[in-house]
Design a protein around this ligand. Sequence first.
Ligand code: FAD
Length: 465
Amino acid sequence: MSNVAIVGGGITGLVAAFELKRRGVPFTLFEASDRVGGVIQTVRDQGFLAEFGPNTLLETSPKITELIRALGIESRRWYSNPQNSKRFIVRGGKPRAMPASPPQFFTNSFFSWSAKFALLMEPFIKASPPDIEESLAQFVKRRLGQEFLDYAINPFVAGVYAGDPERLSVKHAFAKLHALEQKYGSLIKGQLQGARERKKRNEVAKDRAKMISFDHGLQVLTDALGATVGENLRLNSPVQCVKQVEGGWALTGRATALSSDLGGTSAGLPFTHVLLTSPAHRLAELSIESPSGGDLSMLGEIVYPPVTSYVMGFRREDVAHPLDGFGVLIPKVENRHCLGTLFTSSLFSDRAPEGHVTLTNYIGGMRAPELALKSPNEVRNLVMDDLRELLGVHGEPVWEHVKQWSKAIPQYEVGYGRFKDFMDRFETAHPGLQFAGHYRDGISLSDSILAGFKAAERIGAEQNS
Ligand SMILES: Cc1cc2nc3c(=O)[nH]c(=O)nc-3n(C[C@H](O)[C@H](O)[C@H](O)COP(=O)(O)OP(=O)(O)OC[C@H]3O[C@@H](n4cnc5c(N)ncnc54)[C@H](O)[C@@H]3O)c2cc1C
């Protein structure tokens, strides 16, 4: 019979716990902090709502829909406001609506005629040889040209990864894009063909998936998951050492919740599986004691840039822009301070009191890590500078919330395969140890949810085999 230790109570670990429980597999979830949710945390105050980390979840798979239903929080799920689906990109110092469909792309003046022509020519560009690993920037320049890179991909990557397209690997960071080129020879042809295949698999592409949150923010999801884990949850229990013992693995840590004598489960038995879902930079500090060796320090080389999220509430009349969209992203070539701003109260209702709006601003990332690390007051001044010029803000915020992440989002850079290969080899050499989460399975919340399911299903299948 399996008995699983889950290290980390972010969304990945929580979903794995949920699925193991559903399958009747015994487990214990060890979380270092005093709460579950990891980077997902919501604060509601004076009618404003701020997320510390992610703001939205993409419903890319029926598994996510089913999870929400099974947790009984379906009635609390909110879809983003369809009237505000416009995405603004700053061009020439002003936010301009991005074309939302192929006909708009050709009729709207956002892109120049040469960019439009480059898109028409895309199906005729040869695929790169499969053994060459390109950066996202190289890939986009080759297939679509510099203007696409500067005004579509650069701001998009800032919004998703807080990343730099010159450093991200197209193969690892945008695996589906890479696969489209390799399989169909063209992104456009692949997009059309891929849509048919996704339909067969009942999946939704990320650019088409519905964007959701909950009445009280994303923490509703992790709180509901935490409640189902119940007595199997050990908070304030940072795992420091995982040791191979007769019949499995034993864990030690600082907290009393972890048995200090290296016993594993409450019955004193070792764990058959240990699922490692804490961030890569924390895994790098973990000591693994095993006859096969166990140095995870290499995972500390995965780059996590700092990002600061600065949420501000304003009186509606103090913001000139209609805020009739999802938000605004800022390309690097525009030389501003912020990466972008979400129009939080346009996306979901009840994110600001009557007569007010909430704006969530991100600064730092790979583009300007030093800005994220400035004092909150300095960050505030930089954000206000951008808001005044780009959105016509002419008053002071009436409500503020700031969260500085010193290590925010892992960058799947060119050469990331060496980390993935390392994890594969490590798992083979240490049967029962498994890696899952944002540093391996994709950086988005939906990727992490699916990673949690996959890890639990794999363990469940081993038990039944
Ligand atoms: C600022 C920001 C904005 C984002 N925005 C979005 C967005 O809008 N949409 C989206 O889809 N994704 C977004 N993401 C990404 C998404 O939030 C993450 O990929 C996802 O939440 C990661 O979940 P996780 O469980 O893998 O890791 P984490 O949330 O990092 O959880 C890991 C857990 O492990 C615990 N831990 C660490 N060390 C130990 C130890 N030794 N022992 C026990 N426990 C330990 C930690 O305390 C933590 O609770 C954002 C991320 C950030 C940082």
